[in-house]
Design a protein. Sequence first.
Length: 281
Amino acid sequence: MKERYSTASKIFTVVFILICLIWIIPIFEVLTNSFKSNGAINLDAFALPDSESFVGFDNYAKGMTFGNYPFLKSVGFSVFITVASVALILLFTSMSAWYIARVASGFAKFFYYLCLFSMIVPFQMVMFTLTFTADSLKLNTPWTIPIVYLGFGAGLAIFMFLGFIKSLPLEIEEAAAIDGCNAVQTFFLVVLPMLKPTLISVGILETMWVWNDYLLPYLVLDRTKYMTIPIHVQYLKGSYGSVDLGATMAVIMLSIIPIIVLYILCQKHIIKGVAAGAVKG
C-alpha cells in the first residue's frame, strides 16, 4: 500500500513540475526577448539572445520613453487605481460579509445571492452600458474608477469573507458588546483583526486582477489623459501599426515583475486564507 502511494506521489510531483514549467515558459520568453533586437525577435522569438541580437537594456529605455505618454505616469496611475480599488474592496466587502453572516434577514440573503450572481455575469454583457454609465456619473477618471472595481470585485470577496466569518465564534462579539462596544467598534476592533488571513488572501487576488486589467480601464478612462500600464503597452506602436516588439516585451516585463514578486512573497497567505474561508460555507 505504501509503495502504491509513493508511486502516485512521484507521478503527481512530475505532473505538477510539468505544469509549473508550462506556466513559467511564457514569462521566460518575455524576459529573453526583452534583451533582443526587434529584428531578432521577428526572426526567431524562441531563440536565446546571442552576441548579435543582445541589446542590453536598450529596450527598457526605449519602452519607458516611447511616444508622447511617459511610462512612469502610467505606472503611477496603475499603482493608485490598484491600491485604492483593493482598499475599497477589502473594507466594504468585509463589512458586508459580516452583516450578512450576523443578520438573519431576507434582505441579507437577497443581497448575498445578488453578489453571487454578479460573479457569473460575463463582463461583455455589461461593458457597453458600463461605458455610458461611467461617463454619466463621472466615473471615468483614476480617482473614481475604484468605485467601478468595487462593484465588479465585491462578489468573490464577499463569498470568501463570509465563509471565514461563519467560522468565527459569536461569543467573542457578544463579549465585546458586554464590554460596551457598539457595532462599528466590534467590527474594527474585534472582527477585522481576526479576518487577517482572508484579508491578505483577498487583497492579493484582487491586486493581481486590478493591476493586470486592460479592458475596464480601456472602456472607462479617457485615454488621452489617463493610461494604465496595460493600455500603455497597447499604444507602443509606430507609424502604420508597426510594433517595436523589443520595447513592448521590456514594458511587459516591468509590469509583471511587481505582481510576481508580491505573489511569491504572499502565496502562503493566499493558501491559508482560502483554506480558512472553506471551513464553513
